[in-house]
Design a protein around this ligand. Structure first.
Ligand code: GDP
Ligand code: CA
Length: 319
């Protein structure tokens, strides 16, 4: 079975680890990763979501933190601070720096982001084919209003420096409108047997991937069933501040509102947590098959069970 999953960072990566544990040796997973979180720092290209997927599946992730490398040290950051060079709010550890150096060196030599990602994965052996959504530069910005007035800031500045404490007025995936899907992305979607939306952020992770012209259309037109898992449980994101960016696009932070926002033209099935059993009827009324199952990714076994439930629902909705 050929499985395609769209993925952001932590939520996507943890789900993929369960999915990998749930499938058989003949099954293969292609991951289309969000690159809208990418940021250039110190002249280096940093791809937080691709790296979170790569490190998590490759066994190099800082488990508790959910991002960055295990057993990290921070000498470079401390030295930069001595020069007065920031940003101080973005955590780039010494081991992580090596990844960004390799990536930036290869990009400067003319390789595409897809080629670089493939090269980095030779080391990490994530057990999936990891494709960036696009080789073109896309960077999500967030419009806010504060004492400095109304302006758009980089998503990382909004998320990491401001902790989404200011209201987001609009989410702008800068560059997405002219970006092309990376090589292999549209083919993978068209040839998939199942397409999954992990419990990733619907706006700034899955939404950004779908904003690359051609990708949403390809998912909607794909012969494969499309099944998503709710990142919202009991009216709140399990982790992080997804409610803030949902508000910016006018979507309530509930399991049913997120499903209905994707809509029946995009997804065929949706899993909500057992705490949201009451949402099942509303989702089904929207033309999307819905089941309530435990959706907390407490460990790999529990996550593998979620993946099995998603694959089972995909079989039920297969046309
Ligand atoms: P990010 O790029 O690191 O923010 O990661 P993603 O976009 O892939 O995933 C973030 C989303 O994962 C958040 O909106 C959370 O609601 C969701 N999430 C995190 N842990 C869990 C969990 O255990 N269960 C579910 N259902 N969602 C989760
Ligand atoms: Ca992200």
């Amino acid at each position: 079975m050929r499985i395609v999953a769209l993925a952001g960072g932590i939520g996507g990566a943890r789900f993929l680890r369960g999915l990998r544990a749930a499938i058989g040796p003949q099954d293969e997973i292609t991951v289309i990763g969000n690159t809208g979180d990418d940021i250039h720092l110190y002249g280096l290209k940093v791809c937080p979501d691709l790296d979170t997927v790569m490190y998590t599946l490759g066994g190099g992730i800082h488990e508790e933190q959910g991002w960055g490398r295990t057993d990290e040290t921070w000498s470079i950051k401390a030295e930069m601070k001595e020069y007065g060079v920031g940003p101080e709010w973005f955590g780039l550890g010494d081991r992580d720096f090596a990844t960004h150096l390799v990536r930036s060196q290869m990009l400067a030599a003319g390789y595409s982001l897809s080629q670089v990602t493939e090269a980095l994965c030779v080391r990490w052996q994530p057990g999936v084919r990891l494709l960036p959504m696009s080789d073109d530069r896309v960077e999500t910005h967030v419009r806010i209003t504060d004492e400095q007035g109304t302006r758009a800031i980089h998503f990382q500045e909004y998320w990491v420096r401001l902790h989404a404490a200011v209201d987001a007025e609009a989410i702008i995936p800068v560059g997405a409108d002219t970006a092309k899907p990376a090589p292999g992305v549209l083919d993978a979607i068209a040839e998939a047997d199942v397409i999954l939306f992990p419990p990733s952020n619907p706006v700034v992770s899955i939404g950004t991937i779908l904003a690359v012209p051609g990708i949403r259309e390809a998912v909607a037109a794909a012969p494969a069933p499309v099944v998503g898992l709710s990142p919202i449980i009991g009216g709140a994101p399990v982790r992080g501040m997804a409610d803030k960016v949902l508000a910016a696009v006018g979507v309530e932070a509930t399991a049913e509102a997120v499903a209905l926002d994707y809509g029946a033209d995009l997804i065929d099935g949706w899993l909500v947590d057992t705490a949201d059993e009451a949402a099942v009827a509303a989702v089904e009324a929207g033309g999307i098959a819905c089941r309530a199952v435990p959706l907390l990714m407490t460990d790999v076994d529990a996550t593998a069970e979620m993946a099995r439930a998603a694959l089972a629902l995909a079989e039920q909705v297969r046309r």
